[in-house]
Design a protein around this ligand. Structure first.
Ligand code: PXP
Length: 245
């Protein structure tokens, strides 16, 4: 079964809403791992609207599984990642006004910069993953990143957003097929395959059942549910839904 990396950004969103020291995303991360998460994901945004640099520093000390840091390809974030040294960085596109990540990276357009950033992260001993839409053209572009940049990339995360938004059964099937296809191509290329965005207990099953996907990154649905049942309960419910798939 796919592993679960819990994104605790929105625990920090609640904290930042009142500029209090609580709730603490590091404590939530500890509890999520206790409940069966394989690791923790956080997105250090340019505007620091939720996770702060100090959170990542503390998570680096306390996370027992894999700490995955999502970030943009900016020079500032590259510097922060090299200093903070998470186990993995997932490069994502970031637009200041967006509510959440809006789509995958365009490797065709930004390939040169992505290859440069990936090389420096890899040199710092950080595994590099790229967030991409389920489009075989992006995987083609990954393999032919400028300057042989593909050698710095350990894996990629498939954006499941379109699948989670689809309502018409034919469209759901179509979006799932795209994820399956790209997961298969990635595996054949020897890359690690992850997936996430918009997943919740009601839609996670078919994605968790795709054999080539090794880990799912899930945040908002788990943190939202944890308000009702606690973080351990919410993580366990998600793992059960993944298992059911
Ligand atoms: N993967 C990426 C690249 C993301 O940016 C996010 C949102 O921070 C997620 C996964 C998790 O999405 P959600 O919060 O909808 O589960």
């Amino acid at each position: 079964m796919a592993k679960l990396s819990v994104n605790v950004d929105h625990v920090a969103t609640l904290r930042q809403a009142r500029h209090t020291p609580f709730p603490d995303p590091v404590e939530a991360a500890w509890m999520a791992e206790e409940a069966g998460a394989s690791g923790i994901t956080v997105h250090l945004r340019m505007d620091r609207r939720h996770i702060q640099d100090a959170d990542v520093e503390r998570l680096r000390e306390s996370v027992r599984g894999k700490l995955n840091l999502e970030m943009s390809i900016s020079a500032e974030m590259l510097k922060a990642a090299v200093r903070l040294r998470p186990h993995q960085v997932t490069l994502v596109p970031e637009r200041p006004e967006e509510v959440t990540t809006e789509g995958g990276l365009n490797l065709i357009f930004y390939g040169r910069r992505i290859a440069e950033v990936a090389e420096q992260l890899a040199a710092a001993g950080i595994a590099v993953s790229l967030f991409i839409d389920p489009d075989p053209r992006q995987l083609q572009a990954l393999s032919s990143l400028p300057g042989g940049g593909a050698r710095w990339i350990e894996g990629f995360e498939i954006n499941t957003d379109a699948f989670t938004r689809a309502t018409d059964p034919a469209q759901v099937k179509d979006e799932l097929a795209k994820i399956q296809e790209v997961a298969g191509i990635g595996k054949d290329k020897g890359l690690k395959v992850y997936a996430g965005h918009g997943l919740r207990t009601s839609n996670v099953g078919p994605v968790a059942a795709i054999p080539n996907i090794e880990e799912l990154n899930i945040g908002h649905a788990i943190v939202a549910r944890s308000v009702m049942v606690g973080i351990e309960g919410a993580v366990k419910e998600m793992l059960a839904a993944m298992n059911g798939g």
